[in-house]
Design a protein around this ligand. Structure first.
Ligand SMILES: Cc1cc2nc3c(=O)[nH]c(=O)nc-3n(C[C@H](O)[C@H](O)[C@H](O)COP(=O)(O)OP(=O)(O)OC[C@H]3O[C@@H](n4cnc5c(N)ncnc54)[C@H](O)[C@@H]3O)c2cc1C
Length: 526
């Protein structure tokens, strides 16, 4: 039986010094906590808000080697990501599925130069994947391209290239990582922030002060090693330690717009390999809708809920209009959400050009012993975790234990095989082997929105550590990301179910009010 959050907080407060405390419950921190627990280390993870509330719920939802990194000549990064892609498909097949992509080729340039150039690149991509290849890259004639990706702009279309990658439900994968780590003995707590550090007489970090946002109580957790995995907020955590000087990050933001499936009704994504400002852009079928994105705009502040900056929405709509037959307008946007990339600053930075910044991760062991990890991408979270634990062991902060404990570790709910594509509308298939447990709860046939039942909300509260309307509708169900207005409409019923499940500790009126304000922002593209 999985421990309730209250029990985990209790264990956190009572625990003797642990091997490891991880700060931040996004992909990076959760990966580290799971790997450490799987190696038999004692570990706690604290997340200030909710699992994946930061960047890790705002990805383009691709599990990919990154065709674009190949163009930059970063073969090692691509090869590693392709290896991790295969592992994710194996270890969480209910949440990670293969996806076909069509790269459209337009005009005479498309027929000759582009088809040769991109065809060669994608063939190399297949070769690098080796046995982990998901399907062969194919040249498509004009009719085949339109058949595979209905919704493509037909005018001047010469043909296309089809290749394969993966896609996933990022926030649900994060929750699955948290629950798997808990099942392995880790103490993993959301809505609990690191607010300070403690040090020994030699100035070495030996603990973290945490504040449980539910009760307001503070505790000190002793630790041999502290890992700072706070995403774009790593610099603020570094400032809590004595080591943190100078900023490590040069964040940039990426906007996604969600429109109806009718704009791209097939099961293939579309890749625009070169936008007018020299980036890649995707139109991705996801959970019954279409995601368009993304931008890459430098930012010096790091808000929890970033909003699009002037020109970003226009840019995405105008690039979509270049490849889609029916050009989406602002009125078609169902939800807009923005993620912040934790890009690592090079020593001789040019803050204006984030495209050129490395997408690789960095691990830094500070002189106080604080281990900071940042950068990278969702796809490679597992390999990043291994690297972090290796750095910590080399610095003498953790016992050295062999890597590889998570290579074939199946996550909570993982069925033997995935059944449905992630492009399909949401539903019980996202619960894998736990679908029956969801159906056994009251309200299994009472649908609140397409693909969301009352029983799913109860399951979110009882088993997935949802503490409020936002946790339930943004990251257990993804309704906020798919259709923000509809999410606001069903919020009251969700709050009522959560009130039954969470009892007096839950302030339904406040949770509802906060969620409606958030949903209004996601619904607005003014
Ligand atoms: C627009 C965009 C699109 C992307 N698309 C993809 C993609 O398609 N595929 C892919 O593989 N990668 C993608 N990425 C990259 C990927 O999403 C990120 O690399 C990854 O999510 C970063 O995870 P993280 O855990 O480092 O950061 P985060 O997810 O931001 O997690 C950090 C956490 O730390 C918490 N925190 C902060 N301060 C404290 C504190 N004091 N105490 C406790 N907790 C704290 C925050 O609340 C946050 O939840 C994309 C990124 C962006 C921005």
């Amino acid at each position: 039986m999985q421990p309730a959050r209250e029990e985990l907080v209790e264990r956190l407060a009572r625990s003797p010094a642990l091997d490891l405390v991880v700060i931040g419950g996004g992909a990076t921190g959760l990966g580290v906590a799971l790997d450490a627990a799987a190696r038999g280390l004692s570990v706690a993870l604290i997340e200030a808000e909710d699992f994946a509330k930061g960047t890790s719920s705002r990805a383009t939802k691709l599990v990919h080697g990154g065709v674009r990194y190949l163009a930059q000549g970063n073969v090692a990064l691509v090869r590693e990501a392709l290896r991790e892609r295969a592992r994710l498909l194996q270890n969480a097949p209910h949440l990670v599925r293969p996806l076909a992509f069509v790269l459209p080729l337009y005009g005479a340039r498309g027929r000759w130069l582009d088809s040769w150039f991109y065809g060669a690149g994608l063939t190399l991509y297949d070769l690098l994947a080796g046995g982990a290849r998901l399907g062969r890259t194919q040249f498509l004639g004009r009719a085949a391209a339109l058949e595979r990706a209905p919704g493509l702009r037909a005018d001047d279309l010469a043909g296309g290239l089809q290749y394969w990658d993966g896609q996933f439900d990022d926030a649900r994968l994060a929750v699955a990582l948290a629950r798997t780590a808990i099942a392995r003995g880790a103490i993993v707590v959301n809505h609990c922030a690191a607010v300070g550090m403690t040090h020994d007489s030699a100035g070495k970090i030996n603990g973290v002060l945490v504040e449980d946002r539910a009760s307001g109580q503070q505790h000190r957790i002793g630790a041999r090693c502290v890992v700072n995995a706070a995403g774009v907020w790593v610099d603020s955590v570094r400032r809590m330690d004595r080591a943190g000087r100078g900023a490590l990050l040069a964040p940039s933001q990426g906007v996604h717009l969600v429109v109806d499936r009718e704009f791209l009704p097939g099961r293939s994504a579309v890749l625009v390999p070169r936008t007018r400002d020299g980036r890649v852009m995707f139109a991705v079928p996801w959970l019954g809708k279409t995601i368009l994105g993304t931008s890459d705009t430098p930012r010096t502040d790091v808000p929890g809920e970033p909003e699009p900056l002037p020109g970003e929405v226009e840019l995405i709509l105008s690039e979509a209009a270049r490849v889609l037959e029916r050009a989406p307008t602002r009125a078609d946007v169902r939800s807009v959400w923005v993620g912040m990339r934790p890009l690592v600053k090079p020593p001789d930075e040019d803050p204006g050009d984030t495209k050129a910044l490395s997408r690789e991760h960095a691990v830094l062991v500070e002189r106080t012993g604080l281990v900071t990890v940042t950068g990278g991408k969702w796809t490679t979270y597992r390999a990043m975790a291994e690297d972090v634990l290796q750095h910590a062991a080399e610095a003498g902060l953790l016992p050295a234990r062999p890597a590889g404990a998570t290579s074939t570790l199946r996550l909570v709910g993982a069925p033997a095989r995935g059944e449905r594509a992630l492009s399909d509308a949401p539903g019980l298939h996202l619960y894998g082997t736990e679908a029956q447990a969801v159906q056994a709860l009251p309200g299994a046939t009472r649908e609140l929105a397409p693909g969301l039942t009352e029983a799913m909300v109860r399951f979110a509260a009882r088993h997935e550590y949802a503490r409020g309307v936002e946790d339930a509708l943004a990251r257990r169900s993804r309704l906020l990301f798919l259709d923000a207005r509809l999410a606001a409409e069903v919020a009251e019923r969700v709050a009522a179910v959560l009130a039954e499940e969470l009892g007096d500790a839950f302030d339904a009126a406040r949770s509802l009010r906060d969620f409606r304000a958030l949903a209004a922002r996601y619904a607005s593209v003014e």
